[in-house]
Design a protein around this ligand. Structure first.
Ligand code: GTP
Ligand code: MG
Ligand code: ZN
Length: 335
C-alpha cells in the first residue's frame, strides 16, 4: 500500500472516531470503517466521463459531456468556463469527480479583494479582444492591457474591430497600423453588414476562443453571427453615453460545427492586471524586448543611454506603444 494513501486512511479513521458518539474500541475497527466508507463512496459514482464547463452560476455548473448539457448542483470546486472536468452520477445526482489542470487561462484581480485572482475563462487557444468603432468609441488603450493579461495566461491574442459600418467616411485610426506592425493584424468587421465575418470564422476555425472587451462592442452579436442558431441576448448601447448596458452577465461556452468553440464573456469596465512583473510586461511588448539595451534589468524609463529610448527617438518603436508601456510600468509589482 502506498504510504501516502495509508496516511490518508489513518487520518480518515481518526476523523470518524473523533466524530463518533462512542469513540471507543480498537483503532483497527475505525480503519475498517474508514475503508468501508471509501468503498461506498467509490461505488456511488460508477463511471465518470470527460466534460467541459459551459457556464457557472454560483454553485450551479453546466457541464457539456458526451454531447449533452449536465446540470451539477452544489459544486464547491472553484471552476470557470472552459475548465476540463470529469462528471459522473451519484445517488444525489450528477457530480464533478475531478477537475483537470488548466492549459491556459485569462485572469484579472478580483474586484472584491484585489489580492485574489479571478480567472475569467480557461483552456482557450485564443482570446479575441473585441473593440468597436464609434459606439462605444474606439478604445485602443484596453488592447494593450489585454495583451499583457493574455500573455500571462498563455493563450494567443487576436484583435477584432467591430461596427465598421459606423465608421462611414472617417479615416482609420492610426493605431491599427501600429498593431499590424507587432503582428496583431486586426480583423475589421460588422455584424450589421457581414463584412469581415468570413475572415473571423477562418481565423477561429478549429480553435477554442473567448471574446472579451467593453460592454456593447458586439461580442454576443459576433458569436451569434458566427453561429446563428445560438441567439444569445444582445442589448442596445445606451444613447448619449456610448456605453453598453452590460447585457451578458455570465460567460458561456458554445461548440460550433467544424470544431470551433466560442466563449462569450460579460463586458468589462476596466481590466486590472494580475501579478504584473517587469519580465511579463516586456514579453507583452515584443517591439521593446526585441531591442538591445546595454543595461541589464533596465526599466527603459529614465536610464540615460537606454537602447529602447533611442529606438523610440529613431522612430523604430511607436511612441504610442512606448507610452502604453510606461503607463503599465507604474503598475508593476516590485519585489
Ligand atoms: N451598427 C452596428 N451595431 C452593432 C454591430 N454589432 C453589434 N451591434 C449592436 O451593438 C449593440 C451591443 O451588442 P452586444 O452584442 O449586446 O454587445 P456585447 O459586447 O455582447 O455587450 P455586453 O454583453 O454588454 O458585454 C447591440 O444593439 C447590437 O445590435 C455592428 O457591427 N454594427
Ligand atoms: Mg454580450
Ligand atoms: Zn533600457
Amino acid at each position: 500500500l502506498d504510504p501516502a494513501l495509508l496516511d490518508q486512511i489513518i487520518r480518515e479513521a481518526d476523523h470518524l472516531r473523533k466524530r463518533s458518539n462512542r469513540p471507543t474500541g480498537d483503532f483497527d475497527c475505525w480503519v475498517e470503517r474508514a475503508l468501508k466508507k471509501r468503498t461506498r463512496a467509490a461505488q456511488s459514482v460508477e463511471i465518470d466521463h470527460p466534460g467541459v464547463v459551459a457556464s457557472v452560476l454560483g454553485s450551479e455548473i453546466l457541464v457539456e459531456s458526451q454531447g449533452e448539457l449536465v446540470r451539477v448542483a452544489g459544486c464547491l470546486m472553484p471552476l470557470v468556463v472552459g475548465d476540463e472536468v470529469r462528471v459522473g452520477t451519484s445517488p444525489q445526482g450528477p457530480v464533478i469527480t475531478e477537475s483537470l489542470p488548466r492549459r491556459t487561462k485569462l485572469s484579472r484581480p478580483d474586484v472584491g479583494g484585489k489580492a485574489l485572482e479571478k480567472v475569467i475563462a480557461a483552456n482557450m487557444d485564443m482570446v479575441m479582444i473585441v473593440v468597436s468603432f464609434v459606439s462605444p468609441p474606439f478604445h485602443p488603450r484596453l488592447i494593450d492591457r489585454f495583451l499583457v493579461a493574455i500573455e500571462a495566461g498563455g493563450a494567443q491574442p487576436g484583435l477584432c474591430i467591430n461596427k465598421l459600418d459606423l465608421l462611414g467616411d472617417s479615416p482609420m485610426p492610426p493605431e491599427i497600423e501600429i498593431y499590424k506592425a507587432i503582428g496583431l493584424t486586426p480583423i475589421l468587421c460588422s455584424t450589421s453588414t457581414g463584412v469581415g465575418l468570413e475572415t473571423l470564422r477562418e481565423k477561429l476555425a478549429g480553435k477554442t476562443a473567448a471574446f472579451v472587451g467593453h460592454s456593447g462592442v458586439g461580442k454576443s452579436s459576433l458569436v451569434n453571427a458566427l453561429f446563428p442558431e445560438l441567439d444569445l441576448r444582445t442589448g442596445e448601447v445606451i444613447k448619449g453615453y456610448g456605453r453598453g448596458a452590460h447585457t451578458t452577465t455570465w460567460s458561456s461556452l458554445h461548440h460550433l460545427p467544424l470544431g470551433t468553440t466560442l466563449i462569450d464573456t460579460p463586458g468589462i469596465k476596466s481590466l486590472g492586471l494580475w501579478s504584473l512583473t517587469l519580465p511579463l510586461l516586456l514579453e507583452s511588448f515584443p517591439e521593446l524586448s526585441g531591442v538591445s539595451c546595454r543595461f541589464r534589468d533596465c526599466r527603459h524609463q529614465n536610464e540615460p543611454g537606454c537602447g529602447v529610448k533611442q529606438a523610440v527617438e529613431k522612430g523604430d518603436i511607436a511612441p504610442y506603444r512606448y507610452d502604453a508601456f510606461l503607463r503599465l510600468l507604474g503598475e508593476v509589482q516590485e519585489g
